[in-house]
Design a protein. Structure first.
Length: 270
């Protein structure tokens, strides 16, 4: 399946996601909520799949009220493939199409390498890496059956490009894995018209990482926002800085891109 040539498509149509169905994993708060917001604003119908159903339901309701689109919520644990399958089928039943799948759900426990148990390592991999694989597989199977292509967006991290700081070995390994998986899935899914892109944020303030920093400060193992991140572009990242990049990836603006991971890092890695 070859992609269309959009040379004569007006800009407003290129950015529009009208008529498209999307799933955002971990979309109840933080970066995922910002991504869902921009996708909904661009016209997509969005299913927010999250471990926390109460928060996801409130998030979906607030977006429905704000933009008037179809937005719903479902309980989803990306480490439990049965719930991933349910979410994918739910989106198709509700919206008639599954065009965009955003693998955003992720965890970032902070444990020194020497204290990390096999179980703790596996838990990070089950969510951050196997969850991306299983969710992408289920999304791609359905996109292929519908024969209309699609886009899968994987939320990586600058931790997918280098080591970061003591305590996040499993996280760094999982995000390097997601970046590699993005490249490989792009190769295998391109013949079906499915694009696969990664987005790698630098530090952005979210409910999750502010809680993580507070916990670190309590244990006297850091907990400060690194000063360098504040100075590079003059401020710390906010979730919408990443939401806009995900919208670009999801839309036909990026139609000629697949396999790459876009750094949304305020220059951190360069
Ligand atoms: N915030 C940052 O600075 C930053 C930087 C780089 C990458 N990231 C990545 O962005 C993603 C989101 O980060 P955030 O800071 O917004 O996190 P967050 O903790 O604020 O929000 C994560 C959301 O995912 C949900 N979730 C957790 N485990 C889940 C599971 N197994 N299945 C489904 N949902 C689950 C949570 O309930 C929550 O709503 C993660 O993949 C993270 O690694 C974040």
């Amino acid at each position: 399946m070859s992609i269309a040539d959009f040379t004569n498509t007006p800009l407003a149509d290129l950015v529009s996601l009208k008529g498209r169905g999307a799933v955002v994993t971990g979309g109840a708060q933080g970066l995922g909520f910002a991504m869902a917001s921009r996708l909904v604003e661009a016209g997509a119908s969005v299913l927010i799949g999250d471990l926390n159903l109460e928060l996801a339901t409130a998030a979906a309701q607030s977006l429905s009220e704000r933009f008037g689109n179809k937005v719903s919520a479902t309980r989803l644990d990306v480490a439990d493939t049965a719930t991933v399958i349910e979410a994918a089928d739910h989106a198709i039943a509700k919206y008639g199409a599954l065009d965009i799948w955003v693998n955003n759900a992720g965890v970032y426990p902070n444990t020194p390498l020497l204290d990390t148990t096999d179980e703790a390592w596996d838990r990070v991999m089950d969510i951050n890496l196997r969850g991306v694989f299983a969710s992408s597989r289920e999304a791609a199977r359905r996109m292929i059956s519908a024969n209309h292509g699609g886009v899968i967006i994987n939320v990586v991290s600058t931790a997918g490009f280098r080591g970061v700081a003591p305590g996040v070995a499993a996280y760094v390994a999982s995000k390097h894995g997601v970046r590699g998986l993005t490249r490989q899935m792009a190769i295998e899914l391109a013949p079906h018209g499915i694009r696969v892109l990664g987005v790698a944020p630098t530090f952005c303030t979210t409910e999750g990482n502010m809680a993580a920093l507070a916990a670190m400060a309590e244990r006297n193992v850091g907990g400060e926002i690194p000063a360098t991140l504040e100075s590079r572009l003059g401020r710390v990242g906010v979730p919408d800085d990443i939401g806009r990049v995900v919208l670009f990836c999801a839309s036909d603006m990026s139609a000629f891109m697949t396999g790459s991971t876009l750094l949304a890092d305020a220059g951190e890695v360069s």
